[in-house]
Design a binder for this molecule. Structure first.
Ligand code: ZN
Length: 151
């Protein structure tokens, strides 16, 4: 059994302490809110689109280290990508955090830094923390501004 503290690797701690793209975006094209009532995580993701591509992305909110660090890393990972590329990345990320991807799977390389969340798969209750920002991102991409919930 892995210890919970091993989840909090340096990358996660760093992104929790100093989240990237952590700001409100007043001129965003779309945004969506995400809530994870189980943990109390709550965040909003803003997007600027250039055709099919996400040209800018930011988030703001409060929650646990996992949700904040994941949102921070997510913004860095999806900026400049197309909807299709983002959908693909979310799928890979979801596989890794839910432990459905074997550890030598090439998708881990594809994920880059996002692979630090692979330890989450040992803590199913934390999966929702790690995927919250991605669900909000997806909702924003779908042009929905109504809140999404992991419940
Ligand atoms: Zn959380």
């Amino acid at each position: 059994m892995m210890e919970l503290s091993s989840l909090y690797q340096d990358v996660i701690l760093d992104h929790n302490r100093a989240p990237r793209n952590f700001r409100r975006m007043d001129d965003a094209d779309c945004h969506a809110e995400g809530r994870n009532p189980l943990c109390g995580d709550q965040l909003t993701v803003w997007l600027k689109l250039n055709g099919d591509r996400v040209s800018d992305v930011s988030f703001e909110g409060s929650g646990c280290a996992i949700s904040k660090a994941s949102a921070s890393l997510m913004t860095g990972a999806v900026k400049g990508k197309t909807r299709a590329e983002i959908a693909h990345l979310f799928e890979r990320f979801h596989e890794v955090v839910t432990g459905r991807s074997p550890s030598e799977d090439p998708s881990r390389r594809e994920l880059g830094k996002l692979a630090v969340f692979s330890g989450i798969s040992s803590f199913p209750v934390r999966v929702k923390c790690a995927t919250l920002s991605w669900h909000a991102l997806k909702a924003a991409l779908d042009q929905g501004s109504s809140p999404v919930s992991t419940e």
